[in-house]
Write a protein that binds this ligand. Structure first.
Ligand code: SF4
Ligand code: SF4
Length: 356
């Protein structure tokens, strides 16, 4: 497995890492097998989060004998110092480790949220954990590259976790070059579009180096060819997925720019447009609809099988607001994925709404 140094950490991370979301939906034994298979095939960067159900527990059970070879990254979505302190303790306990290699402030998608978490002592809690040897490095994850760039400029972070895939190359513009300049590691999440690129219709195939490939393979190779990226963490919940995804990290993925362009155009052509979670629409909706959160619930319902949970959150937090959408189109004008947002909100209401 090829490795790249994770920014200033001096750790050689496998270019294909392990995304720990899907194992929460697998029985414990199967999940452990999946993590172990990935490690066996050369993965040494394992990512999870306090908010991914029992993913940390399952990883903890899988890594016992090989912990020292691995770089364990988890995240805390909590918004106050005390809560983050508790969540670090909880992560250590569930992962059954003495130390976290990397802890990330989880999902910061607006300037206001970044300022809020910093003001509330979230970073302070992580720095204190680092001072007492519970954590080695600190990072931040989010879907809005401008916010992550701002975070890098504070000089406080060793790694950023950002989205990048066939349909979203925004990171190339500012974030990735900035990360390199500041010696900050780049971890790419959602290389398969949060599942959308992993389950294409049969007819949709891509060509890489004149060979037909699945959309998932094309997208992973597209990400891996990018030298700015330290490691990419496709979510893996099945042995088959591990065995398909991980070997792509064994050889350098080189692609001429003409092929890169072709792949991106093909992705557009076949209509792979989905919410990238960038948050650009958030301040624009006069009705206060949290558009990206609604779309994420739809993904949880459709791709991850979290049906009841997604419906309940939708009813409790979003349903009343979504009905207020008057199709003013303010959000559509800014959306980089060019989504027909009002239509997609109607789809969400039909699937998640209380009448169904
Ligand atoms: S709907 Fe569009 S603008 Fe809003 S978060 Fe998703 S991709 Fe970004
Ligand atoms: S079209 Fe609907 S969701 Fe978009 S800004 Fe207008 S009211 Fe909000």
């Amino acid at each position: 497995m090829l490795q790249r140094r994770l920014g200033r950490t001096n750790f050689g991370a496998s270019v294909v890492g392990f995304g720990g979301i899907p194992i929460q939906y697998q029985p414990r034994e199967e999940a452990v097998r999946v993590v172990r298979r990935a490690i066996e095939l050369g993965v040494n960067f394992i990512d999870t989060a306090r908010s991914y159900g029992d993913s940390e527990d399952k990883i903890g059970a899988a890594i016992k004998e090989v912990r020292e070879k691995l770089f364990i990254s988890t995240k805390s979505h909590f918004r106050t110092k005390r809560e983050v302190e508790r969540s670090i303790e909880e992560s250590l306990r569930r992962l059954a480790v003495d130390k976290l290699d990397l802890i990330l402030i989880h999902s910061v998608d607006s300037d206001e949220e970044l300022e809020y978490r910093l003001r509330m002592g979230v970073l302070e809690a992580m720095k204190e954990a680092r001072a007492t040897g519970k954590v080695d490095y600190i990072g931040i994850s989010g879907h809005c590259n401008d916010v992550l760039a701002k975070a890098i400029k504070t000089g406080e972070f060793d790694a950023v976790m950002a989205t990048y895939n066939l349909t979203n190359d925004d990171g190339d513009r500012e974030l990735f070059p900035l990360a390199r300049e500041r010696n900050v590691g780049v971890v790419v999440m959602k290389p398969l579009g949060g599942g959308y690129l992993a389950v294409p219709p049969e007819a949709v195939q891509f060509k890489v180096a004149d060979r037909a490939t699945s959309t998932a393979e094309a997208s992973l190779r597209f990400v891996l060819r990018n030298p700015y990226i330290t490691t990419v963490i496709p979510g893996m919940g099945k042995i088959k997925e591990v065995e398909e995804d991980v070997p792509l990290g064994y050889v350098p993925q080189r692609m001429p720019s003409s092929e890169v362009k072709e792949l991106q155009e093909r992705a557009k052509e076949v209509g792979f447009t989905f919410c990238q979670g960038c948050g650009y629409c958030l301040p624009l909706c006069p009705k206060g609809i949290r558009i990206q959160d609604v779309f994420r619930l739809l993904v949880s319902h459709e791709q991850y099988g979290m049906r009841e949970w997604a419906k309940t959150i939708y009813w409790e937090e979003h349903e009343a607001l979504v009905t207020l959408c008057d199709e003013c189109l303010s959000c559509v004008e800014i959306c980089p994925a060019q989504l027909d947002i009002p239509a997609k909100l109607k789809e969400a209401a039909a699937i998640l709404g209380s009448k169904h």
